[in-house]
Design a protein around this ligand. Structure first.
Ligand SMILES: [Zn+2]
Length: 152
């Protein structure tokens, strides 16, 4: 091999190393952006949850406004299923929120909300699939195997 070939190989190797370092840097930036997006969405959902919870406390149970807030809560939960499926929620946070439904009392409240707010049963498909799975297989299941992930 002559000197020109060696220089060419050295240049090519240098370019490859630079490209690898650049890709690692871009990969790190993308992971950081994803972490930031997940944190922002998580905070948004937490804020919305407390807003709905506060609104529920201010309305008389059984009133039209109370029912509307219950519907908002169901919509929030269904949205969380959608966003989690897309990978836009922190997995640990979603695991904790999804785990709320392991509690029979929480499931009973959700079932009641569904009966009142969606009597036809044609909305909130992910939430319904999760609850149906829990009733069939036991109260708890791993969020990664939740049938709500596959409902459309
Ligand atoms: Zn589930």
């Amino acid at each position: 091999m002559d000197i020109a070939t060696w220089i060419g190989l050295g240049t090519g190797l240098g370019t490859l190393v630079t490209a690898i370092i650049g890709l690692r840097f871009v990969g790190r930036q993308l992971r950081e952006q994803q972490r930031t997006l997940r944190a922002e969405l998580g905070n948004l959902y937490i804020e919305r949850y407390w807003q709905i919870d506060d609104d529920l406390l201010l309305e008389r149970k059984g009133s039209k406004r109370h029912r509307q807030h219950r519907h908002r809560y169901l919509r929030l939960f269904e949205d969380e299923f959608d966003v989690a499926k897309l990978g836009f929620l922190d997995p640990e946070q979603w695991r904790a929120w999804h785990g709320v439904l392991s509690d029979e009392g929480a499931r009973e409240l959700i079932r009641d909300d569904l009966r009142v707010c969606d009597p036809k049963g044609d909305s909130f498909r992910r939430l319904r699939a999760c609850i149906t799975q829990r009733e069939r297989d036991g109260a708890d299941h791993d969020v990664r195997h939740c049938e709500g992930n596959y409902a459309e």
